[in-house]
Ligand binder design. Structure first.
Ligand SMILES: [Zn+2]
Length: 172
């Protein structure tokens, strides 16, 4: 029989931390609208705290994350909704330095996983790039050119430096 019960051994530290968090919870008045009119598309990299790096807090911005901060169909879908319904008026696409998704070609990543785990992942497109700035320009313009994006939304690109915390604007 399959065990569908909550796996406490792996998650109890989270629940304990959450119990502490709720003791001083301050965000019950917030709505789902982005108070500062911002969406950030960034990488899943655990060194990035997207709200903190732009001086924001809960309620201020929409944060979309994936491997490499790439603008995929699902990112576009989410941004379209966010611009019409959730007050997003400006979008920052923000990949980062030292990103594993900008270190090698697609084939290298598949080979690495195959080598380490014996699994063929080639049915997935990881969307890696060797030229991070060029990929960023493609992604920024992919959003700008999307016909259903709300009029008047500003889209920009920048690269986050994981060593200094600096956001470096990129002309796209
Ligand atoms: Zn990354």
């Amino acid at each position: 029989m399959k065990d569908y019960s909550f796996p406490h051994e792996q998650f109890d530290d989270l629940l304990a931390a959450n119990a502490e968090y709720t003791k001083s919870f301050q965000y019950s008045e917030l709505t789902g609208s982005a108070a500062k009119g911002l969406a950030i598309v960034t990488c899943m990299d655990s060194r990035i705290n997207p709200l903190s790096v732009v001086g924001m807090r809960s309620g201020d911005a929409k944060i979309l994350r994936n491997a490499g901060a790439r603008v995929t169909e699902d990112v576009i879908r989410t941004l379209v909704l966010a611009t019409y319904l959730l007050n997003v008026k400006r979008i920052l696409v923000m990949p980062h330095t030292d990103c594993a998704m900008a270190r090698g070609d697609e084939a290298d990543i598949h080979a690495l996983i195959d080598e380490k785990f014996g699994v063929d992942t080639r049915s997935l497109e990881f969307r890696t790039t060797r030229d991070q700035k060029a990929a960023l320009a493609v992604d920024v313009n992919r959003i700008r050119a999307y016909p259903l994006l709300r009029d008047g939304v500003t889209v920009a690109g920048a690269i986050y430096d994981v060593k200094t915390g600096t956001i470096v604007p990129v002309d796209c």
